[in-house]
Design a binder for this molecule. Sequence first.
Ligand SMILES: Cc1cc2nc3c(=O)[nH]c(=O)nc-3n(C[C@H](O)[C@H](O)[C@H](O)COP(=O)(O)OP(=O)(O)OC[C@H]3O[C@@H](n4cnc5c(N)ncnc54)[C@H](O)[C@@H]3O)c2cc1C
Length: 417
Amino acid sequence: MRICILGAGVIGLSSAYYLAKLGFDVTVIDRQKGPALETSFANAGQISPGYSSPWAAPGVPLKAVKWLLQEHSPLKIGLKPELDKFLWVSKMLRQCTSAAYDVNKSRMVMLAEYSRDQFKLLRQELNLTYDDAQKGTLQLFRTQSQIDSIQKDMQVLKKLGVPHQLLSAKECSEVEPGLSAVQDKLQGGLRLLGDETGDCFVFCQKLKVACDSLGVKFMFNTDIERINVKSNAVSGVMTSQGELAFSKVLVCLGSYSAKLMNDLKLSIPVYPVKGYSLTVPVNNEQFAPISTVMDETYKVAVTRLGGNIRAAGTAELNGFDLSLPESRTKTIQHVVHDLFGQGCNLDEAQYWCGLRPMTPDGTPIIGGTSIKGVFLNTGHGTLGWTMCCGSGRVIADIISETASEIDVSSLSIHRYH
Ligand SMILES: Cc1cc2nc3c(=O)[nH]c(=O)nc-3n(C[C@H](O)[C@H](O)[C@H](O)COP(=O)(O)OP(=O)(O)OC[C@H]3O[C@@H](n4cnc5c(N)ncnc54)[C@H](O)[C@@H]3O)c2cc1C
């Protein structure tokens, strides 16, 4: 059975791998010259089921106002009026209730936990290394009110059996000795013992090689223009290389998925939320992180990836803008300097930005559509690296009409209708 996958980011690649393993004849198309050169290129490196939470949460609208006024703000909303942004924000605000948060968080943790387990299997199967580490992650709190507000998350983690520990500031610096010098700035932390870290770009390069050996065909430097549909069934894909005939198409275009689906009159609420990262070599082991430290105050994650520190964060709602202004990287610089300033020389940092494909409820959109043969695996937002293997595995189950190991009914686009 032939299938065309649109997009060679981490989601397209993992889908290609699992579909090829089931015997599908897979073609992957991407406009870049190789895999993972857009949002999957330099993310924060966290594989974090324990930190899988929707942004839409009770109290977030008020917090957002405070963040916008903060010097090192984790949030920026572009002033340019834009209908898609307005519609997306209003849908997101409707998800900021306690009841919606519980449902959304449970769905996200379910998929993320499953994905982490698939990562383990894949590592064994392919003997993969990708600057990966299985050392848990640490969410850092600088105020008592942050510790108080984490209690609800801990109840959900307990209910779902996700191993976690609430730590004092001293215990945080025992887990992450690089923090000893700044222990007095901290109130405590939440340790997520099952979380992992790794370099998404390196993983994608290696998964591409595994896909090659399963016979997956890649068409790089190829623009996808539209999906062709006849009598409500897909007939092919129009690209810069001409029209290609396919009766099954899987859309994994990250933030660009919505535009392609709009052309088919199928609306999917995926909006680009821009984030920034920096990568800097470690020059003093004693003051460097050993895994991910997530600074809750600034929403910046600082991760150890091999000999480097990768720090990433901030959320900017400003369309498809990919500029890299110095003013917006200051917050991540500030956090690295504040926590691990003696472990690296920030003058050597390299900067990057990417567009997170966000849904209003935080959960990705995985499954079929009302058009026969058109499937979606997109909208992974802040957690596409964490959820890639699970998402690839379940979309392969759905397309091959095999029962999945987790409940996938709530992941489809139908939850928005
Ligand atoms: C700053 C930052 C930090 C992050 N940190 C983490 C983290 O720590 N943990 C985590 O789990 N997630 C993290 N994420 C999120 C994660 O990186 C994304 O969810 C994930 O990379 C999305 O993968 P994707 O394959 O859906 O999209 P992409 O990687 O963007 O892939 C989409 C592909 O489609 C191609 N494409 C698009 N349009 C066209 C077209 N018209 N024609 C041809 N090709 C096209 C692009 O070239 C691209 O290769 C972070 C994201 C950012 C921005």
